[in-house]
Design a protein around this ligand. Structure first.
Ligand code: 0XW
Ligand code: MG
Length: 367
């Protein structure tokens, strides 16, 4: 198989409900979709959608600039030889992890389509279907957060992530206590600060909530700060933004800095990279989620396919942004949450069918 053309699309994803985190409020994110056209007439689809330029290094503009470099280099390459595709991308640019991850996802989509296999089955088979997920409780008042937590548990959610940070820690502490009070037996709570606290603040929040059961996710901005805070916490520490590569993840596990991970496929090399993290976490008995920043059915399906292959007892859930946005690319099989779980799209590859012309004309094409 050969890549004969690469089309890059841009699409705004209108939101239907609010979403925020310590660094910013998310507003109608701008996704980037990659289509790998081949000499077999099959197309592989990939996607990456940062929530904006603040919560992570990659943003729509940098990703599209990276694809301008990668596109021409990949024409003529065999997308089924995914290792070689990564070699070509690594020989083209040192950075561009997000764009390279989107290409990787498109290659796995093609691999599944060629062999008439779902991506999760190419990865060793689903251990969960439907797949567990978690729902975010945005930063808000203690009462409002507790009410939403109650409602989500009524809807069947068994994992909740309370956003925090970006305000005085007394407000965060009050919100954590209010939500923890309504958490039912068997429901897991994560408190995710998205790097918003200082080391001292993280320690103070943990002390003020020492009797409450939750994972503390990415409390501080850097790996070093989280490592310092970890030794004083009363709560397991989950690394997200600082889990930037497999070597760092391995070090965080071996030195006891991380008790778990909030992972984003497009930070770590796509499906190929998340597969490696999955296996390392399984080998070290470390929980991880299987997420991305934001995005439509393509990136959601990638998260769900890999998420389906996690060991259930180590799965912190596969997160998708579908509950916050209007519509699907694939109205029939686009991933959606039903009673706190997500069905794996049934078709080959990612299992997502993209209607012709859905994304309009490409913003860039390489052939
Ligand atoms: C919940 N997420 C996976 C989606 C948002 O981008 C934030 C992120 C997180 O856990 O940090
Ligand atoms: Mg997180």
């Amino acid at each position: 198989m050969k890549i004969t053309q690469i089309d890059v699309f841009a699409k705004n994803l209108p939101m239907v409900s609010g979403y925020n985190m310590s660094s910013s409020t998310v507003g109608d994110p701008d996704t980037t979709v990659v289509a790998l056209r081949t000499d077999t007439k099959l197309t592989g689809w990939g996607e990456i959608c940062p929530t904006g330029p603040l919560p992570q290094v990659e943003h729509a503009g940098s990703i599209r600039a990276d694809l301008d470099l990668l596109g021409p280099a990949l024409i003529g390459a065999d997308p089924l030889r995914i290792g070689l595709i990564h070699d070509v991308m690594a020989a083209t640019m040192d950075g561009g992890q997000g764009a390279r991850s989107a290409v990787d996802i498109a290659c796995w989509d093609l691999l599944g389509k060629v062999h008439n296999e779902r991506v999760c089955d190419l990865l060793g088979g689903a251990r969960m279907d439907p797949v567990s997920t978690y729902h975010v409780v945005p930063i808000g008042t203690p009462d409002g957060s507790a009410q939403l937590a109650e409602q989500l548990q009524e809807e069947g959610h068994t994992k909740l992530q309370l956003k925090s940070g970006g305000r005085h820690i007394d407000e965060d502490i009050d919100a954590v206590h209010a939500v923890a009070k309504v958490i039912r037996p068997g429901v897991d709570l994560f408190v995710d600060c998205n790097r918003g606290w200082t080391v001292g603040e993280a320690i103070q929040v943990s002390r003020a909530c020492r009797d409450l059961k939750f994972d503390m996710e990415q409390p501080c901005a850097t790996y070093a700060e989280c490592a310092t805070a970890r030794t004083h916490l009363h709560h397991p520490l989950v690394l997200d933004e600082s889990a930037t590569d497999l070597a760092t993840i391995a070090r965080a596990i071996s030195t006891g800095v991380a008790d778990g991970f909030g992972m984003k496929l497009t930070r770590i090399g796509g499906i190929s990279g998340m597969r490696a993290v999955r296996d390392l976490c399984e080998a070290s008995n470390t929980p991880t989620s299987c997420d991305d920043s934001w995005g439509g059915d393509i990136i959601a399906a990638a998260c769900v396919h890999v998420g389906a292959t996690l060991t259930p007892r180590l799965s912190r859930g596969a997160w998708i942004s579908a509950p916050y946005q209007a519509g699907h690319y694939d109205e029939e099989h686009g991933p959606r949450i039903v009673s706190g779980m997500i069905a794996v799209p049934p078709g080959p590859g990612l299992g997502i069918t993209i209607p012709e012309g859905l994304f309009g004309p490409p913003i860039a094409s390489f052939s």
